[in-house]
Every structure is written in structure tokens, then in C-alpha cells.
Ligand binder design. Sequence first.
Ligand code: ZN
Length: 268
Amino acid sequence: MSNLEKINQFARRELSEDELYLFDVILCNNDIDRDCECFSEHALEQMQPLFIGKTGIFDHNPKSAGQTARIYDTELIRSPDLKTKDGRPLVSLKGHAYMLRTESNADFIREIDAGIKKEVSVACSAVKHSCSVCGADHLHADCHHIPGRYYGQQLCFTILDDVQDAYEWSFVAVPAQPAAGVTKHFAASGSASPDVSLQALLGELEQQTRAEVLALCRNQSQKPVSKALCFAAGKMNLYELVQFKKSLLEQEHSLADATVQLADFKQR
Ligand SMILES: [Zn+2]
């Protein structure tokens, strides 16, 4: 199938070559990012078909309203000479994208033609977050390894795997630090939904709340209790997590109040 045929599968009307602008984007790779997370090679393979047909949006720049691009094909690029931070061969997911040549896209097209690098962020749901040291799935279980630290020679990081869906990709403003690189958002779990952006956002919120709850659970003085709470929190949905967080915070505050009262009492 030619590129034009692939593109026309997604078009409402037959598009001709001269009204299209084609370009490539690196959507993500298997390197460890600044959050000490990386996609497994398997996850990249899973994303390959999932990103086909997905729309890319442009930042939150009001000037870029109405500008969209779409992925019409993807491929995995293996660069044996390039290595990830922990020495694995680098694998990248490349998207072949198209956009219509319009007046509002002209600046963007000029920038890409001029070689100005665009950072891309992807939204997808990876339901497995494994510890690189012991393999524990952080969404369901807890381990004592801290991402970013070394255990012997082994760097601890989180391996994202089992990608269920890809929602969208977007161009973000080029970060001031070149090392800031590709950013991404995850839904901890998710199924197909018409409002995918909202879904991705809720997933992100769930992941964040779960992390806060897990931190509170780890604060429990009794180890077995702390472990059981962490286990339970790993299985909660967003609503349950929010309720649980509230009661954990209340408990912490009442304990703190009790300590203050005790201190007052002792002073008298
Ligand atoms: Zn671990």
C-alpha cells in the first residue's frame, strides 16, 4: 500500500499528494526517562498498531488551534549502536505522520523543514509497572527498591508494560533543558472511551492518588498493617483511593492532635 493509500484510509475525502505534508516523529523509546521509567520493548511493539490513526495535537498554544496531524504508519527503529542509560540497545517507536498544508500550518511546517526539533508527548495506558530489580508490579504490590537508586550494579527503574491503549500524542514546547526530553502521561488502567483525553487525565489522577495513598500506607508504624494497606490500595479504583486517602489523613491528624495534647499535658 502506498503512503497516500494509507493516509486516505483516514481521510473524509480523497486527498492528493500536493495538499499533504508528511513528517516523522519519534513517539517514545525504551530508554529510562527523568521519572526513572521506561517502556519495555514489548510495550513499544504493542503501541505500534495502537498509534496508527491517532491524532496529534499542538501544545496549549491558542495560536495553534485547529492544527492537527495524524499517524498513518509506525515502525520500530532499532539502533544497535545507541544504548539506553542501563546499556540495552535503543529501540524507538517512530510515527509517520501527515497533516494538511494550510495557512495555519505553514509556520509549523517551516519549522520542521528547518530542522527545529519538536518534542512529542504520548498518552497511553500501561497497566504493568514493574520494578527493574525484583519485578514487583508497583500498581499492585510494593517493594523496597527506590527508582533512581543503585542496588549493587543494578539501577532501579520502573518498566512500563502491557499497553492497553494509546490515546493521543502531542507536540509540546521544546523544553529549556535538552535533557528534559520526551514527556508522557499514563492512565494506570483504561478501556476505550469516547472522551479519551478525559480518560487519560483521570488515569493520571488515579496514578497520582495511588502514589500518595501508598506513601501514607508506608507511614503506618506496624509493618504487617502497612503491607496489607499497600496491597489493598493497589487494587482500589480512583473513587476508593480518594476516600481512603481522606481517612488516612484524618487518622494522621488525630494522631498528631493526640500527641500535641499529650505534650500539653506533660508540660503542666
Ligand atoms: Zn523491587
